[in-house]
Write a protein that binds this ligand. Structure first.
Ligand SMILES: [Zn+2]
Length: 431
């Protein structure tokens, strides 16, 4: 063998050995290189330096929060900025679970013959949700068993907001005017079959706006709620059915909305000396959920202030959002939560009412918290300091010095509201 052929042979052997070793090691090399190619960051988005309030997990302190895809990947004291593709400085702000409005009217549509159930009395959820830190809105019975599929197609499927619903015990849903509700529009089997058809959308059964002495609609709604293992939502305007009897028949977990409203002909939650009625305290003790349901005419300081002074704060802050409440005293859910900050409820409790307690009320334990691995529905709030006025349904004002504002809202990991461009690049830096 000449020197040339020997060297050539050795080179071939060396090449083969190197090639085989590299081939064998290829999977390991790829695993090491992949994060470099894809970006080594563990998080798509990092909220850095904020004060996290997560009532479900008992967190009320400075924490960072990392998001990967649609989920919350990590909540920890100090997450290095280099681990995220994008970092947002949220120092001085509160990072809380995406808020849940358990009482709104969002079956909007263009039919002039209809009001709340497909007409102009209801409003688009996306137009009001994210700017108030809300990521989940629950419709309060605009649709019944006859038109729920229309509601789903027209609103739920068209909205970026997570829209859930109480199904109305009346088949046509929330029609305009109380006088047109008909007993033959009630069908428990059809209501239950609609719940079975849309179990992820329908969170409970609603009764309300029925004038009359009959217990039939209430009992039908309660039975439907029982048989579907979901809460009953009791809205106002059942004036001839006394409040004490209603609360007595309701089950723990059922929801009593317009709790602080001086609704005509309905018994008050207070007695003549402004003391909380004993049956109200009992109902509360049993676990009936007290929702604000502010609306256009259902929240009054004559009840809310004495109740607050006696320690009766709402569990949840349902807005009763619709065309006739949005520009009145109600405004939005953060305005109601700010009202309760002014009435003495602690921030932590107010946030709980807007998130975890609301999630529990609609039996959706997957929402309303900041669990690692949970859906990245998040609100970043600012407590503004200054002079603010809060107005009830009677046109009365109380003055406060704090107001909650939504700086940033994140829905399934996507920034869907950014009040002051915290996530945007400065224009000057792009020149
Ligand atoms: Zn309502």
């Amino acid at each position: 063998m000449t020197m040339v052929s020997c060297w050539s042979e050795m080179r071939n052997i060396l090449f083969k050995v190197t090639y085989d070793a590299a081939k064998a090691a290829l999977p390991a090399i790829l695993v090491c290189l992949l994060p470099v190619c894809a970006g080594a960051q563990s998080y798509d988005l990092l909220l850095k330096g904020g004060h996290v309030i997560d009532p479900k997990n008992g967190i009320d302190q400075s924490m960072d929060l990392g998001i990967k895809g649609k989920t919350i990947a990590r909540v920890a004291r100090d997450i290095p900025p280099g681990e995220a593709l994008k970092v947002i400085d949220v120092s001085g702000l509160y990072v809380v679970p995406g808020l849940i409005d358990p009482h709104a009217h969002v079956f909007f549509g263009s039919d002039p013959e209809k009001g709340f159930n497909g007409g102009a009395s209801s409003v688009s959820p996306d137009a009001f949700s994210f700017r108030s830190g809300i990521t989940t809105i629950v419709d309060a019975g605009d649709a019944g068993w006859r038109n729920f599929p229309d509601f789903r197609k027209q609103v739920i499927e068209q909205s970026d907001t997570r829209v859930l619903a109480f199904i109305n015990i009346f088949g046509h849903g929330l029609t305009s005017g109380s006088g047109i509700y008909k007993m033959d529009d009630i069908d428990i089997d059809s209501t239950l079959s609609m719940v079975r058809r849309y179990p992820d959308d329908i969170v409970g059964v609603r009764i309300g706006h029925f004038l009359g002495k009959s217990w039939v609609p209430f009992e039908a709604a309660l039975k439907s709620a029982q048989q579907s293992n979901r809460p009953l939502l009791l809205e106002c305007h059942t004036p001839e059915l006394s409040l004490d009897e209603l609360l007595e028949r309701m089950r723990p977990g059922d929801i009593f909305t317009h709790a602080f409203g001086a609704v005509n002909d309905r018994l008050s939650i207070l007695d003549e000396e402004d003391k909380i009625q004993s049956y109200v305290l009992e109902a509360r003790e049993q676990g009936i959920v007290f929702d604000v349901g502010h609306g256009g005419g259902s929240f009054h300081y004559s009840l809310a202030v004495p109740a607050s002074e006696q320690g009766l704060f709402p569990d949840t802050f349902g807005t009763d959002l619709h065309r006739y409440s949005m520009n009145g005293g109600m405004k939005d859910m953060l305005n109601i939560m700010s009202t309760y900050l002014t009435l003495g409820q602690r921030l932590k409790e107010v946030i709980a009412g807007g998130s975890w307690k609301a999630a529990k009320a609609i039996q959706r334990s997957d929402l309303g918290h900041l669990d690692e691995g949970g859906v990245a529905d998040i609100a970043v709030l600012k407590v503004e300091k200054g002079n603010f006025g809060y107005v009830d349904s009677g046109g009365n004002r109380i003055d406060g010095n704090k107001k909650l504002n939504a700086e940033l809202t994140i829905r399934e990991g996507e920034i869907v509201w950014d009040q002051n461009g915290l996530s945007a690049k400065r224009w000057q830096e792009n020149q």
